[in-house]
Design a protein around this ligand. Sequence first.
Ligand code: G3H
Ligand code: 13P
Ligand code: ZN
Ligand code: NA
Length: 308
Amino acid sequence: PLVTTKEMFKKAYEGGYAIGAFNVNNMEIIQGITEAAKEVNAPLILQVSAGARKYAKHTYLVKLVEAAIEETGLPIALHLDHGDSFELCKSCIDGGFTSVMIDASHLPFEENIRITKQVVDYAHSKGVVVEAELGRLSGVEDDVKVAEHEAIYTDPNEVEEFVERTGVDSLAIAIGTSHGAYKFKGEPKLRFDILEEIQRRLPGFPIVLHGASSVIPEYVEMINKYGGQMPGAKGVPEDMLRKAASMAVCKINIDSDLRLAMTATIRKFFAENPGEFDPRKYLGPAREEIKKLVKHKLINVLGCAGKA
Ligand code: G3H
Ligand code: 13P
Ligand code: ZN
Ligand code: NA
C-alpha cells in the first residue's frame, strides 16, 4: 500500500537501521528500485524532486508508483524531495503524495519556521507527513548552489525549538554531506559529533541524511573507461552510512548512485554494441544494474532488508 513514513521511521529508529529514499525520474528507475525492494522485502521511500516532476510530469510518476505498489505489494511512501514553496508542497499533497519536504533551510530561522509550519498545518490536515531542513548542504541543491566552504552545519542549539514550533515529522540535517558526485576534495569527513548532539536533544525523533550516495568507484571507473569524464568523483564511504543508519538517521537519500549505475551501464553497452538502436536493449540492462545496486544498499548499507 501507499503509506506515510510514520511507522517506517518508528521501526527504523528502534531497530537501528534506515529506510532508503531513492529519487525517481522514469519507469526503469522505479522498476529497478521496487523490484530490488520486493526481492529483499524492504520498506521504501520513492522521492520526486521539482525537476523530476517537471521532466516526467506529476501524474505519470504517481501512476508509475501506484503500478509498482500493485506489482510488489510493498509499503511505499511517495515523497516530494526539496519542496521550495508552500504551493509546490500543497500541489503534491493534493495530488496523492504521502510525504513532502519543505526545504527553507536557506532562509533565516524564523522564516524557515513560518513556512515549515504553514506546510505542516496543511499536510497534517490531509494525513500527510513533513520533512524540513536545518543547516545547509554544500554542493548543488536544485538551482541553489552552495560552495563547500559556505556549508553551514546544523546548529544543535536550534533543533528542539524548530521541531517544537513547527510540528514537523522528521528533520534533515547538514553534517558534511553534499549533493552530487563530488562530495569531498580530500578525505571524506562527517560531523558525527553534531549528529550525536542532535539525537541527544531530540530522543526518538527521526533524522534525515541527504547527499548520501557513496559514488560507487566501480561505476565512476566504468564511466571513465567508456568515454565519460568524471575525474575526482567521490562520495560518502559506506561505513559512515552504516554508522549514521545505526543512529537517529532513519532516512538516507540516494540519487547520484542510481544515475551513475544507469549511465555506466549504458555507456558500456554502446561502446560494446555500436550498432544497436533499440532503447530496450540498453534501458533493460540499466534497470537491472539499478536493481543490483539497490539490493546492495538495502541489505549491506541501510539494514532495512526484511523489515517490510
Ligand atoms: O537533491 C537533489 C536530487 O538529487 C534531485 O536532483 O533536482 O536534479 O532532480 P534533481
Ligand atoms: P546524492 O546526490 O548523494 O545521491 O543525494 C541525493 C539527495 O539528497 C536527494 O535529496
Ligand atoms: Zn537532498
Ligand atoms: Na537509524
